[in-house]
Ligand binder design. Structure first.
Ligand SMILES: [Zn+2]
Length: 171
């Protein structure tokens, strides 16, 4: 289902997620790779570090790819986006706009804001989704590492539950 090369890039995405958690923001990382297995861009969540609700890992990677994305769109190059978590609706939209042709993520996000499967299943943008190969949860060990990062995130002072309870103390 995935190759050893895929696994290397998934590990890199996980390392970005770990860095995000170290910076006290949501632990998600993403790696964008071209059809020759070159890393085009890395991304990680920057919601709390940049105070930007839209600064998700996948969007960060697409932004960091800059002109390479347009070159890929024009020449129909098959880019792969690796993410440590299932893309949310916003990032799924970004993937469609960037015409990324393959998406691999470590952990489904049914309980959170996971949007890729829901948007695909809704049969909207069928022609666009049909051009993309999506691979969910291909590696149990790496999936569990992402799960552990999310468990740690729940303890983080920037987690919304902690921010809310901290706010309520002052009310
Ligand atoms: Zn997102």
């Amino acid at each position: 289902m995935i190759t050893d090369r895929d696994k290397v890039f998934l590990q890199m995405a996980l390392e970005e997620a770990e860095m995000a958690l170290q910076q006290n923001t949501y632990p998600v990382g993403a790696i964008l790779v071209d059809d020759q297995y070159n890393v085009i861009a890395k991304g990680r969540n920057r919601v709390h570090t940049a105070k930007d609700a839209t600064a998700h890992a996948e969007i960060d990677a697409i932004r960091n790819a800059g002109e390479a994305i347009f070159d890929a769109k024009i020449h129909n190059k098959a880019f792969t986006l690796y993410s440590s978590l299932e893309p949310c609706p916003m990032c799924t939209g970004g993937i469609l706009f960037a015409k990324i042709q393959r998406v691999v993520w470590l952990l489904n996000d049914d309980m959170g804001f996971g949007g890729y499967q829901k948007m695909k299943d809704s049969a909207i943008f069928n022609t666009k989704f049909n051009r993309i190969e999506a691979i969910a949860e291909p590696d149990v060990e790496l999936k569990n590492r992402q799960l552990e990062l999310m468990r740690q995130w729940e303890q983080n002072s920037n987690h919304i539950q902690h921010l809310r309870s901290a706010g309520s103390v002052n009310v």
